[in-house]
Design a protein around this ligand. Structure first.
Ligand SMILES: Cc1cc2nc3c(=O)[nH]c(=O)nc-3n(C[C@H](O)[C@H](O)[C@H](O)COP(=O)(O)OP(=O)(O)OC[C@H]3O[C@@H](n4cnc5c(N)ncnc54)[C@H](O)[C@@H]3O)c2cc1C
Length: 416
């Protein structure tokens, strides 16, 4: 391809998932020329009419969206679109230990908030974001574009990064932001090092209908083999049927293999028992999917004029539903630092600007990752003394209102 045919931008964002699309909206508020690419075809219209959910068919991938993430979507003007499709707020959270009497109850009322968070299907969020993308003249959607290779280019005294697709397209920019998910191709091609290890857990996800209403509560039971969460869903924006839940059940691979192979009848029985029949019997279940869980953290988020954000920089156990919330905080901070740098007359790939982003986000992401790792190990522990201490600890924290409230505020992203 001749150079004249290669599109050049100030910033290319690789990956239009929840993090990449949010970042694109944030940066498009500037006069920068931005390209957002994805291997999946993006419609760029995302109209409500196309995707309004009236059926009882839910996306098996959902996210517990923190208050901080919701605030971001409100600022971007996409939250009203999400609400018009469907979203379920949860006001309470019940967490308990399968091996004993330890339990904690969190309530939004305790911290004078209307809700603890919101459960949203990932596809609803990305569609709402895609609807917003079409409103910016300085934002170009390039899809489908599957990244295959990356080249560093010197052009008219500028250092540019060029991304090349499997089908021969090329695109270049002064700054490339990798938001292309856990198996980031950009991260691999640019040679970022990562610390990673297997959680030795598979996450099984599906949707179920329960006998009793979920009462706008997120239910989580810590089993020795991994945590099981029932996340509340609603059918439409106007329907208050409280009998659907999204299931995220993390478990050892051998167990996942057995549970995936069960018939629906057997699965429903085993699932109801695993959550101690808190919501009665399971009346219906959708297809089951299972994902291997790995913890991954890039050693550096910045390498010359390439930056990592979201799952491309870090993946974390879903037990506290924090993955995309951390990624959205990355997006917010990176956009803020780039804008701040521009106002100070710095270039978008100035290392001072990019490294400030890394400093602000890396420690925060790492501390949340360690916390999740600690929880996972603590609840897998079979030693009787540890189990006893764990139960006493949970019950004590439940009674210590200031500590409990601080935990809720951190999980909601209200205290960074
Ligand atoms: C079972 C489970 C439950 C979870 N629950 C929660 C939760 O409750 N709350 C929460 O905050 N997080 C949760 N997470 C984590 C959350 O799903 C992720 O953190 C989030 O999806 C990451 O978003 P992202 O935009 O960084 O990456 P992704 O959503 O992975 O998006 C990456 C994008 O890049 C594109 N792409 C990838 N490769 C290429 C390529 N080579 N070329 C071009 N495009 C490419 C993809 O098509 C995609 O659109 C959960 C995760 C799992 C596994």
């Amino acid at each position: 391809m001749s150079d004249s045919k290669i599109s050049e931008f100030d910033i290319v964002i690789a990956g239009a998932g929840m993090v990449g699309a949010s970042l694109a909206c944030l940066l498009a508020e500037s006069s920068l020329r931005i390209a957002l690419l994805d291997r999946e075809p993006l419609t760029n219209t995302g109209s409500i009419a196309q995707t309004e959910r009236k059926s009882e068919k839910f996306d098996p991938r959902v996210s517990a969206i923190s208050q901080a993430s919701k605030n971001l979507f409100v600022e971007l003007g996409v939250w009203q679109d999400v609400v018009a499709r469907r979203v379920c707020s949860y006001r309470e959270m019940q967490v308990w230990d399968a091996e004993g009497t330890g339990s904690i109850h969190f309530s939004a009322a305790d911290i004078n908030q209307p809700e603890l968070g919101n459960i949203v299907e990932n596809s609803i969020l990305t569609t709402a974001l895609q609807g917003k993308l079409s409103q910016y003249n300085n934002l170009h959607i390039v899809s489908p574009f599957t990244i295959e290779s990356l080249t560093n280019i010197e052009c008219d005294g500028k250092h540019l990064v060029q991304l090349n697709s499997e089908d021969g397209q090329s695109i270049r920019a002064a700054l490339v932001i990798a938001a292309d998910g856990a198996n980031s191709k950009v991260r691999q091609l640019a040679g970022f090092s990562c610390r990673e290890w297997d959680y030795e857990h598979q996450a099984l996800v599906t949707t179920v209908r329960t006998q009793h209403p979920h009462c706008e509560t997120a239910w989580q039971r810590f089993l020795e083999t991994g945590p099981l969460a029932f996340l509340p869903l609603r059918v439409t924006a106007h329907d208050d049927d409280q009998h659907y839940c999204s299931i995220v059940w993390s478990m050892l691979p051998e167990k996942a293999e057995r549970i995936m192979a069960l018939s629906d009848v057997e699965f429903k029985k085993e699932l109801a028992a695993a959550i101690e029949f808190k919501l009665g019997n399971i009346e219906w279940c959708d297809r089951r999917f299972s994902f291997p869980l790995r913890q991954r953290h890039a050693v550096e988020y910045v390498k010359d004029n390439i930056v990592l954000a979201g799952d491309a920089a870090h993946t974390i156990h879903p037990l506290a539903g924090q993955g995309v919330n951390l990624g959205l905080l990355d997006a917010r901070v990176l956009a803020e630092e780039i804008m701040r740098g521009l106002k100070a007359g710095r270039s978008i790939s100035d290392p001072t600007v990019l490294l400030r982003y890394q400093r602000k986000r890396k420690g925060n992401n790492l501390s949340m990752m360690w916390l999740m790792e600690g929880f996972k190990r603590l609840f897998a522990e079979q030693n009787l003394t540890v189990r006893w201490l764990r139960n006493v600890g949970m019950n004590s924290v439940d009674k210590l209102t200031p500590i409990k409230n601080q935990m809720i505020r951190r999980a909601m992203g209200l205290d960074r």
